[in-house]
Ligand binder design. Structure first.
Ligand code: PMP
Length: 415
């Protein structure tokens, strides 16, 4: 069912597990035999959108258009960010924080980043983790006790689902407030705290959460709400502030989490909320308490990127111009792109053989995309996934779209 939670559901029957593992194994064996997917990325080559990869067959280094990166605003290649890392990181030596945040690991630059994140998200306070995975996992596992329940959108990210391993949990249909209401009704009197958990923008489908309706239902039933802003930050909302800003709901969500590894172009994760909540997490969230503070150059990079994102609309405007072009071309050609409305585009094919074949052929044309087979998604929803970044030129996108349409016709995915 869920895109990601096949990795974590302890209720799965043994046979189901075995068949899923077989499936994954056959995918990877097939890839290895054909040796066609295992490109090793060599560098970004100083370009925003090109990546150098080593051809697994010939060993030759090839340059491809990179549609497999979540660096939506191309911040990884931004000279203002490198400049600031060079200027400021000398103060911090090798960049290792030397300890966990509560002991020797906290530093002024980390504090600055936390203030910036809380301000951007319209929240009182925030803490940063070394990864988005750790932020989600550590927050949910600290909050969901024996008498509480986590209630997930069924497409929520694995890091969110893993946070309630061994705890009470239920799922609602993807992006359906009606289904959420049914679940909340069914558990109304059974738990002390109910936490509704969703992504702001979904990582495999690129659709935006129906946050206003979901919030109404959750609040009616007295549930808390957590939104993961991994793919929304830097993409939607005023100056890329994310889903809450997109819907004018700043201050209405209890917990906002996210990663610094996508549009922010760095690495690390964060949680924002009330001062009370953040204080609670500081002393209970184990992936925060027992893990060394983030690498300092990445903290500097995150801070500079967030300043660039919130102060400057040009990269976000460029991203949206590209998103509109790609969406129109894919829709006009007749591809099924689900409800994609942000920088992520699934080309839903529903046939593993065709998904692989389309991916191979795109790689041959130097277009780097990721296939998403079963069981990562249900069989009828297997897809090729593209993510769009701001730095693509019109010509590069036109070449890519023309090629996708041509291959789509050859493989009879479209007519
Ligand atoms: N949430 C979502 C929705 C994600 O897509 C990801 C990244 N794969 C994460 C959380 C985890 O972030 P990180 O890669 O920083 O651990």
């Amino acid at each position: 069912y869920s895109l990601y939670n096949f990795t974590g559901d302890p209720k799965l029957e043994h046979a189901e597990w075995a068949s899923r593992i077989d499936m994954m194994n056959s995918w990877f064996t097939d890839m290895r035999r054909k040796n066609r997917f295992l490109y090793e990325r060599q560098s970004q080559n100083g370009s925003k959108v090109l990546t150098k990869v080593k051809d697994p067959d010939t060993g030759e280094i090839r340059e491809m258009l990179n549609f497999a990166s979540n660096d939506y605003l191309n911040m990884t290649q931004n000279p203002e960010i490198w400049g600031r890392i060079q200027r400021e990181s000398v103060k911090y030596g090798s960049g290792g924080a030397g300890g966990v945040p509560l002991l020797s690991g906290s530093m002024d630059i980390i504090e600055k980043l936390q203030i910036k994140i809380a301000e951007m998200k319209g929240m009182q306070s925030s803490i940063v983790y070394s990864s988005g995975y750790g932020a989600n996992y550590g927050t949910i596992s600290a909050l969901i006790g024996k008498k509480d329940i986590a209630i997930y959108d069924m497409f929520a990210h694995a890091s969110l689902i893993d946070g309630s391993r061994g705890s009470n949990k239920k799922f609602f249909q993807h992006n359906s407030p009606e289904s959420l209401e049914k679940v909340l009704k069914s558990v109304q009197n059974d738990y002390i705290n109910k936490l509704v958990i969703l992504d702001g923008v979904y990582s495999m489908d690129g659709d935006i959460a129906r946050l206003p309706e979901i919030l109404d239902v959750a609040h009616f039933y007295g549930a808390w709400v957590l939104v993961d802003e991994a793919h929304a930050t830097g993409v939607i909302g005023e100056n890329g502030k994310g889903t809450l800003s997109h819907f004018n709901l700043e201050g209405k969500v209890d917990i906002v989490t996210g990663t610094l590894s996508k549009a922010v172009g760095s690495v690390g994760g964060y949680v924002t909320g009330s001062e009370k909540l953040i204080n609670y997490l500081k002393y209970t969230s184990r992936s925060y308490m027992f893990s060394t503070s983030p690498f300092i150059p990445s903290v500097i990079a995150s801070l500079q990127a967030l300043e660039l994102i919130t102060d400057n609309k040009a990269p976000i405007d460029a991203l949206w111009k590209n998103i509109h072009y790609v969406k129109k071309r894919l829709q006009d050609a007749g591809f099924d792109i689900g409800n994609a409305e942000t920088a992520i585009f699934p080309i839903i094919i529903g046939d593993d053989v065709l998904v692989k074949e389309m991916t191979y052929r795109l790689h041959e044309k130097n277009i780097f995309v990721n296939p998403v087979p079963y069981p990562a998604v249900p069989r009828k929803l297997t897809r090729v996934r593209l993510s769009i970044t701001a730095g693509f030129t019109k010509e590069q996108l036109k070449y890519t779209m023309d090629t996708i349409v041509e291959i789509g016709k050859e493989l009879k995915i479209i007519s």
